[in-house]
Design a protein around this ligand. Structure first.
Ligand code: HEM
Length: 186
């Protein structure tokens, strides 16, 4: 972003709006799409999530207090973000010892599928690996879970995206049960 005279130009603001639109829409819809698929193929977790939603909201519209107590749903969303990170690459530009301006790509997809960190069931949907938080799930290596990136450039929409996903998923679970087609092959 070019800041002249301590002012952000109209073009910069338009760029930021486009960024929010792009960075904010496809990512959360990818998270919801994969989560619905994972719950369709793991019915016991679909039922656990529905029970938690029913206990928190009944048939009412989800509210802020209830959303923060959705522990099972948080575990499910984290496991979905681990298996199918909506942003598979993060990039950084080298400024120091490596050749300047070189772009480094870090792959959440690769790190989150590393059996040395996540164990032999790395490819299996196991939300309970997140039951005691990310530090425990990563064997004391929290940078191994980076669906929203890491450090000063961490995703600006992290909290917004998780709240949006929890509201949407709660309202879907309140209304629908879902399954894959009998002919579906993964
Ligand atoms: C599941 C949903 C989302 C995922 C997985 C996601 C993931 C990411 C990732 C991996 C980055 C790069 C972070 C880094 O380089 O370390 C990023 C950056 C960013 N995201 Fe998201 N994002 C999501 C939703 C959103 C939403 C809803 C918004 C805004 C409404 C948003 C706005 C941004 C912005 C502005 C940046 C750039 C931050 C910067 O460079 O300082 N994201 N996101």
């Amino acid at each position: 972003m070019l800041i002249k005279n301590n002012r952000i130009s109209i073009d910069d603001i338009i760029d930021e709006c486009k960024n929010f639109y792009f960075a904010g829409q496809e990512t959360t819809s990818s998270l919801l799409g994969w989560t619905i698929f994972l719950l369709a193929t793991n019915k016991e977790w679909q039922e656990k999530a529905r029970k938690e939603v029913a206990e928190s909201f009944g048939q009412k519209v989800p509210n802020a207090d209830g959303l923060s107590s959705l522990k099972i749903m948080n575990m499910i969303l984290d496991e979905s973000l681990r298996l199918y990170p909506p942003v598979p690459f993060i990039k950084r530009k080298v400024e120091l010892t490596l050749p300047p301006k070189m772009l480094i790509y870090i792959s959440p997809l690769a790190v989150q599928h590393d059996h040395k960190i996540w164990g032999e069931h790395v490819h299996v949907f196991k939300p309970d690996r997140f039951a005691e938080g990310v530090v425990k799930a990563t064997n004391n290596n929290p940078v191994a879970f980076l669906p929203f990136g890491y450090g000063p450039q961490t995703c600006l929409g992290l909290n917004f995206a998780m709240i949006e996903a929890k509201i949407s998923l709660s309202m879907i679970l309140q209304r629908y049960m879902f399954t894959t087609s009998p002919t579906y092959v993964h």
